[in-house]
Design a protein around this ligand. Structure first.
Ligand code: ZN
Length: 470
């Protein structure tokens, strides 16, 4: 039985008065959800509560309307849990933190912040902030905000998201800010502070493996370290070797440094928020495999256990390869692994995304539109064949509209949102919920409330949850 039935939901969608908030919460309650994870600190750096700590970051209109208080009131009336979904290290380039402190941003080996990157062909506008720098974003901005939130609101949990380094772009390129360039060698014991230039060569290299002589802690940094520029230092820290002439193993230390600072942040956050509200829980949206995410994004969430109570791995379909049935099989297998990885947490809730379930329906629609735009109706027809039968059955007029466009070679004006909702197979969502429940999961969290509207799934989710209610 899925005891916790949660959903991530937006802030704007709740409206800005008690009545609209009541309707918003009631809709989710009526569908059988008993936990909401509400977006209250955005990826653009905006806050959706009347913060006194950082009033300059409050989203317009939310200085006067206290959204979390209104939500909390409606949740409590209905015995629902309310979790505060707060984005950690991802800020907007127009966010107040970055505007006031550009030096807090993560930098790549050439000294550039993340908004110079290109992600899937578009300029990346997000600003990732350095988790390691002290004083910096973590201790001067983020933790004071989380603490203030916990002081102001008696929510069920502070919900971490983006508690990591950027991995969907350039996983090995951050952070080489001035502070990290200084701190990585110190953190990893790459030289002695007492004898900073002493190489500490071994008195005799008396064993076959050079690396067998590690224990006396030789100086790792090259003798010309102080003359090297940022790019060369960064390259050494990522690609160099512990021993001159040894294996290129320094990346191990680089990844450990990143993991340490992410876990350290969860620790500092837990200390700050539990000091002001001892019974508050902390939850975190994490990637599906902590062994892999430890390497690629500094997020080995197994280590969060003392500082996070509820692990919510995002087992979204786009994080798995293959077709829908492959996804379900891998999802079941992954949940079993996650139950072991999360053994030290109080609770494990499985996060599933709704939108990615409909690749088989959505991708052909998008491809038809793209092919017609490029003046290739023959290609559009090939994509159409993949969905033609289902569309004919569920939305004959949309089917006819696409047929006409392909015949005449004209662009397709029909948007995915205008297709009849029954075109999106609700069985997919039901099978995901069944798969999660079949692994004896304590609960599920769906991403997101808006997608239930978009794909017309309110009735489906209500039916699916009916058997899981107390
Ligand atoms: Zn840094």
């Amino acid at each position: 039985m899925l005891k916790t039935r949660g959903v991530w939901c937006g802030s704007h969608e709740a409206g800005k008065d008690q009545r609209s908030v009541a309707n918003y919460v009631e809709r989710m309650h009526a569908a059988g959800f008993n936990a909401i994870f509400v977006h209250l600190k955005g990826g653009d750096g905006r806050l959706y509560w009347p913060s006194k700590t950082k009033p300059e970051a409050v989203a317009p209109g939310y200085e006067s309307f206290d959204l979390p208080a209104a939500l909390l009131q409606e949740c409590r009336k209905r015995s629902m849990q309310m979790h505060a979904w707060l984005i950690d290290f991802f800020e907007g380039e127009n966010g107040a933190a970055y505007r006031q402190h550009p030096e807090w941003a993560m930098l790549d080996p050439r000294g550039r912040p993340t908004n110079h990157e290109t992600l899937r062909g578009s300029r990346f506008t997000g600003l990732w902030m350095c988790p390691a720098r002290r004083p910096g974003y973590t201790d001067q901005w983020l933790i004071p905000l989380l603490k203030e939130f916990a002081e102001m609101y008696d929510v069920d949990s502070i919900h971490h998201d983006y508690v990591r380094y950027p991995g969907d772009l350039a996983p090995d390129q951050y952070c080489f800010c001035d502070d990290c360039l200084d701190q990585i060698p110190i953190f990893n014991g790459c030289y002695s502070k007492t004898f900073p230039t002493e190489p500490f060569y071994h008195e005799s290299y008396d064993r076959e493996y050079l690396e067998a002589h590690w224990e006396q802690s030789p100086r790792v940094l090259p003798a010309n370290w102080n003359l090297l520029d940022r790019a060369s230092r960064s390259r050494f820290l990522l690609e160099g070797s512990f021993f001159q002439g040894g294996r290129n193993d320094l990346d191990y230390f680089f990844y450990n440094y990143r993991k340490y600072w992410i876990t350290q942040f969860t620790r500092e956050c837990a200390e700050a928020v539990r000091a002001v509200r001892p019974n508050i829980q902390i939850s975190a949206a994490v990637f599906k495999n902590p062994v892999h995410s430890g390497r690629f994004i500094g997020q080995d969430w197994r280590e969060f256990a003392p500082y996070v109570d509820i692990a919510v791995p995002m087992d979204y379909r786009d994080h798995f390869p293959g077709d829908f049935d492959t996804y379900l099989a891998l999802l079941a297998e992954t949940i079993q692994s996650q139950q072991r990885w999360a053994a030290d947490f109080k609770s494990l809730l499985i996060g599933c995304a709704i939108n990615f379930l409909f690749f088989e329906e959505e991708r052909p629609l998008n491809a038809i539109r793209g092919s017609l735009k490029q003046g290739d109706p023959a290609a559009a027809n090939v994509h159409f064949a993949q969905i033609s039968d289902r569309l004919q059955a569920e939305d004959p007029s949309a089917h006819a509209a696409i047929s006409r466009c392909i015949q005449s070679g004209s662009p397709l004006e029909l948007e995915n949102d205008s297709v009849a909702k029954s075109f999106w197979p609700k069985e997919k969502l039901l099978r995901v919920i069944e798969t999660v429940a079949a692994q004896n999961s304590a609960g599920i969290v769906l991403f997101c409330e808006d997608h239930l509207h978009k794909y017309g799934l309110w009735d489906a989710v209500t039916d699916a949850f009916a058997q899981h209610r107390d």
